[in-house]
Ligand binder design. Structure first.
Ligand SMILES: [Zn+2]
Length: 75
């Protein structure tokens, strides 16, 4: 099975954000509540999300979860 790993440039910052299925990454043993995660590639910040819907939503808005992105935008 191919990994569900998508990297896209966020509209807000133009920086690359990667969306990953945590369950797929860690295997079937994974039973945490955060099934997905987004990674700000520019800053290495990782944020967990419970649903794919949320993960997609925040993937395009790194300013709301990566404080370094937030700082760049506020400058
Ligand atoms: Zn960032």
């Amino acid at each position: 099975m191919k990994s569900q790993m998508i990297t896209r440039r966020a509209r807000q910052t133009k920086g690359p954000v990667t969306l990953i299925s945590k369950q797929e990454l860690l295997g079937d043993d994974y039973c945490g509540t955060d099934k997905w995660m987004t990674i700000c590639e520019d800053h290495g910040h990782v944020e967990g999300h419970q649903t794919l819907e949320n993960a997609r939503f925040f993937a395009s808005r790194p300013v709301s979860w990566c404080r370094w992105c937030a700082e760049e935008v506020s400058e």
